[in-house]
Design a protein around this ligand. Structure first.
Ligand code: FAD
Length: 474
């Protein structure tokens, strides 16, 4: 085949959409046949139970969307480089295009693949699409990366975000399709067990649904977003993190929707854009500090007396600490696959401070349970709460979960929504927790609610003592 007609392999990863997709547009504009591919490689293998299951749902939906355009999604399992080599040999493709992803594993894999394809005289092109700004595009006055959010926000807010691209009218198909594996054979939900059935009631899969969600948010909720976003019982947020994670919606589309609202004077719109930029900032940090998801960002925290995994952390994971706001948060994650942002902060603070447990124990559990798991935002969130992160809250500012409940869940609606013990009229969401957790835990809504695993005042004092000891060792 000549360059003019040889197919392009379009390698999809966390960009499962047709709208605003620079790599897809470039492939279609080339006039060459396009072979969309998804590879179940070791990075997929390494995913936690809930995000892997949710990715499987996204792939099924996206394959249908491609079929609607006369195309297909070819599924292959194996090391990405080997799979691409095999596909190139089978199809005569002379180019591979993909959307960039910026965690450590993806960057190492992608640069190796790019170099090896280029060495063989093949075209290897990576494109933006996951973020508003490429992580290296935003620099401080002195040329380095940002470490603090507020100046980062000031640097990007008026920078201008390119207009989103339209979805292509058609995706040119090859005359022969390479074979595809069957998604069912990948058993993406294997590790979810009972939870899949429960969480399935709460997922919002695919780009049409995501765009609809954005539209509804902008129309009905953005005005009150700033005032209401901190109250976990109120449906005040967009829920779009689930879709952003798999690339089912483009951040540029969200940005422009928010920006238009801001121009029109909608209250809350600027605050919403600021939150979206927290996601950018998280990726900016992870790109420049690739160890952020496994090492204390501030080295002095290596000397801190974190406890490793322990029985109280297990009670935390199970939603059985006896601290109602914390348990409601952890149970929300079992039942819905997500957790409200305020609840994430409180649950994370309780684990790292009252239970004095290493933030990486919590980070790993969130990575296993969140359908919106995002390596950058998760790592930034945990290090921020733990006090070890670049722009972190000071460790000695310890959230009191009972006080937080008073303030942000005054009438107890959120806690009632997820805690059934002692409540004969508990809603389905509270009962669903007992269906989602393993039978071996032998839990029932009729049982008594657990006693606190730690006294809040004692937990706080222990955390502050550990902090003083670390400071003394500095
Ligand atoms: P909205 O309030 O509607 O905000 C719009 C978008 O802005 C979100 O979809 C998200 O992309 C971004 N955003 C909002 N808040 C944050 C934030 N604090 N940090 C980064 N981006 C933000 N978010 C994830 O997407 N995946 C994670 O794995 C994740 N883990 C977290 C762990 C901890 C300990 C903490 C404290 C926060 C974590 N977050 C994570 C951030 C935040 O909780 C979620 O992004 C938010 O709850 C998503 O809900 P939403 O889409 O309704 O947000």
């Amino acid at each position: 085949m000549t360059m003019g007609t040889a197919p392009i392999i379009l390698w999809f990863r966390r960009d499962l959409r047709l709208h605003d997709h620079p790599a897809l547009v470039a492939a279609c504009d080339s006039g060459r046949p396009v072979i969309p591919v998804f590879i179940h490689d070791e990075t997929v293998e390494a995913m936690g139970a809930a995000p892997k299951w949710r990715l499987g749902l996204g792939l099924a939906r996206f394959a249908k969307a491609l079929e609607g355009q006369g195309s297909r999604l070819i599924l292959r399992r194996g090391r990405a480089r080997d799979v691409l080599e095999a596909l190139i040999a089978e199809t005569g493709a002379e180019a591979v295009y993909w959307t960039r992803y910026y965690d450590r594993a993806a960057r190492a894999r992608d640069s190796e693949i790019k170099a090896s394809l280029k060495e063989r005289g093949l075209e290897a092109q990576s494109y933006p699409g996951h973020l508003l700004f490429e992580p290296w595009e935003v620099e401080t006055g002195t040329g380095g990366p940002y470490r603090v959010y507020s100046p980062y926000w000031r640097a990007v807010k008026d920078r201008g975000v390119d207009a989103p691209l339209k979805r292509p009218d058609a995706i040119p198909a090859p005359s022969d399709w390479p074979a595809s594996e069957a998604l069912e054979d990948w058993a993406m939900g294997a590790a979810m067990r009972r939870g899949a059935e429960i969480v399935a009631r709460h997922v919002h899969v695919g780009e049409e649904v995501a765009l609809g969600r954005l539209g509804a948010f902008v129309q009905h909720k953005i005005g009150a977003y700033k005032e209401e976003r901190d109250f976990p019982a109120v449906d005040a947020c967009s829920g779009l993190s689930e879709n952003l994670t798999y690339g089912e919606i483009s951040p540029r589309v969200i940005w422009h929707a928010g920006w238009r609202q801001m121009q029109d004077g909608a209250r809350g719109a600027e605050h919403f854009l600021k939150e979206l930029v927290w996601r950018e900032f998280a990726w900016h940090l992870l790109y420049h500090f690739p160890e952020m998801d496994r090492a204390n960002w501030r080295e002095e925290w290596d000397a801190f007396g974190w406890r490793g995994d322990n029985d109280q952390a297990e009670a935390w994971r199970r939603g059985l600490t006896g601290e109602p706001f914390v348990d409601a948060a952890m149970r929300e994650m079992y039942v819905t696959g997500t957790m409200h942002n305020r609840a994430r902060m409180i649950a994370a603070s309780y684990l790292t401070k009252h239970l004095l447990t290493d933030w990486r124990v919590g980070l790993a559990w969130f990575a296993d349970c969140l359908i919106d798991w995002d390596p950058a935002s998760n790592a930034m969130g945990w290090q921020w709460v733990a006090g070890s992160g670049p722009d972190a809250a000071p460790y000695f500012r310890i959230f009191n979960p009972a006080g937080q409940a008073e303030k942000f869940d005054t009438d107890g609606t959120y806690r009632k929504r997820f805690i059934a013990e002692g409540n004969r009229h508990a809603p389905d969401t509270a009962r669903a927790y007992f269906e989602a957790v393993p039978r071996s835990w032998r839990l029932a809504p009729s049982q008594a609610y657990p006693k606190p695993v730690v006294d809040l005042a004692q937990g706080r004092a222990r955390a502050l003592d550990a902090y003083e000891a670390r400071k003394a060792a500095d």
